[in-house]
Design a protein around this ligand. Structure first.
Ligand code: GUN
Ligand code: ZN
Length: 445
């Protein structure tokens, strides 16, 4: 990055800027008249070259072609740590908790993704929707059908996105048409998909056992062997989401110390392992996750909608467990990072044990950007605007609605301003989403 001559397509972006000067810390910096400079590195990736006050930086880059957005704010693209693209059309399906929801709506719907044309159509809509909402990277579930991964990866690659997905492994307690009928084949399919997609452009693969109840011990251990064979591939699953689910896991795996321990025994706990929910972990579980650098994807709109419970921030912080935010669509009710951050605030207010936390808005924002990147082991690359970060960002319009304009005009501090955006914001706040330094147009492919 230091060799400026090797960088091409230099471009300036002038607006107010929001970023995290120390990506490890949830403290944001806001520059009211800033300049962001991006350029294409020899590896073809567009990255941030410089960020700072316009009056200081502009002199260093004479004749820089610059886009000026007065009144708007450039911020890192949001990172969604856990979402199911095949559940785009399942959002808002009410049920008496997780297991009935899976049985009545989700499993039947996911069967459709054996059809590649259908999977491509849903992927196109899904990626358009992520862009409209300002989400530039997601760790995403596909379905049990390898075709569902090929469709997603193909569309993400065309759009030059950094995305991670994987074929769902589920070889029991699942209906015909969704169940892996041949465990060895499901593992070979996973290995083939890793070879085809992991590390291609900005794509990554995640080994994806759905959750312990829908995999045989043989499938879980096979997934663990693959996780050892491919240490830079991600692992994603669900853990400790719902009390009925936990009871079921205890019946199926009586030898395990806890639900999390089922994954640990199978070799599925390590760096780059991301577990959704993590509501009912115990102290040993949290410490164990922290020790191996596995992370939690907090999914507050989903947990509220399905009535699952409340993530315990205080206990997680005490154990050093790292985490970030996720929509968990379609258990989650919104693609919007603002809705997710707002729900995370509400959930923390409910924390048992700690008599209610009031999470700072900068902390909420960090959990969905730089903190999520760190929890995905992609810090320095994503979720921030520091030099070296990939140039995926959003342009916010704080006057997008009459109420937003009125409320944000009456704030005195950065925290008050960010809180107003979090509580009142939705897709209307996102004036533009930029991927690799280019404005994304919905349906542009
Ligand atoms: N547990 C197993 N599968 C799922 C799923 O699709 N969504 C959620 N929220 N939890 C799960
Ligand atoms: Zn999920």
């Amino acid at each position: 990055m230091k060799d400026l001559h090797a960088v091409s397509h230099l471009q300036g972006w002038r607006a107010s800027l929001l970023w995290f000067p120390d990506p490890q810390r949830p403290q944001a910096r806001h520059e009211s008249d800033g300049l962001l400079v991006t350029g294409q590195s020899p590896d073809g990736i567009v990255r941030v070259l410089a960020i700072g006050p316009y009056r200081e930086l502009a002199a260093r880059y004479p004749e820089l072609p610059t886009t000026h957005w007065p009144g708007l704010c450039i911020a890192p693209g949001f990172v969604d740590m856990h979402i199911h693209y095949p559940q785009t059309d399942v959002i808002g399906s009410p049920a008496d908790g997780l297991l009935p929801w899976l049985t009545h709506y989700t499993f039947p719907h996911e069967k459709h993704f054996s059809d590649p044309a259908y999977a491509h159509e849903v992927t196109r809509f899904f990626l358009d929707e992520l862009m409209r909402q300002g989400v530039t990277t997601a760790l995403c579930f596909a379905t049990a059908h390898p075709e569902s991964v090929d469709a997603f990866m193909t569309q993400a690659q065309k759009r030059r996105l950094r995305m991670i997905t994987g074929k769902v492994l589920q070889d029991r307690h699942s209906p015909d048409g969704l169940r892996d009928t041949d465990t060895a084949l499901s593992l070979r399919q996973t290995e083939n998909l890793i070879a085809r997609w992991h590390g291609v452009d900005r794509l990554g693969y995640a080994i994806t056992p759905r959750f312990a109840p829908t995999s045989t011990p043989a499938q879980l251990h096979g997934a663990g062997e693959l996780a050892q064979q491919f240490p830079d591939v991600w692992i994603q699953s669900h853990v400790a989401e719902n009390v009925d689910e936990i009871r079921w896991v205890q019946e199926l795996f009586p030898e395990a110390r806890s639900y999390l321990d089922v994954y640990d025994r199978a070799g599925l706990l390590r760096k780059r392992a991301v577990y959704a929910h993590c509501i009912y972990l115990n102290e040993t579980d949290r410490q164990r996750m922290a020790e191996v650098s596995a992370t939690a994807a907090i999914s507050p709109t989903s947990n509220l909608f399905l009535g699952s419970g409340f993530f315990d921030y205080a206990a997680s912080d005490a154990a050093g467990l790292r985490y970030g935010l996720a929509s968990d669509v379609g258990g989650g009710t919104s693609f919007s990072p603002f809705h997710t951050m707002h729900a995370a605030y509400t959930v923390a207010r409910q924390s048992v044990g700690s008599a209610g936390l009031s999470l700072a808005p900068e902390h909420l924002w960090w959990q969905h950007t730089a903190g999520a990147a760190q929890a995905l082991d992609l810090d320095g690359k994503l979720g921030n605007l520091l030099p070296g970060c990939e140039a995926d960002f959003v342009v916010l319009n704080p006057k997008a609605t009459p109420l937003l304009a009125r409320r944000t005009a009456q704030t005195d501090t950065l925290a008050e301003w960010l809180f107003a955006l979090i509580v009142l914001g939705d897709d209307r706040l996102i004036a533009h989403t930029l991927v690799q330094g280019e404005i994304v147009k919905p349906g542009f492919l």
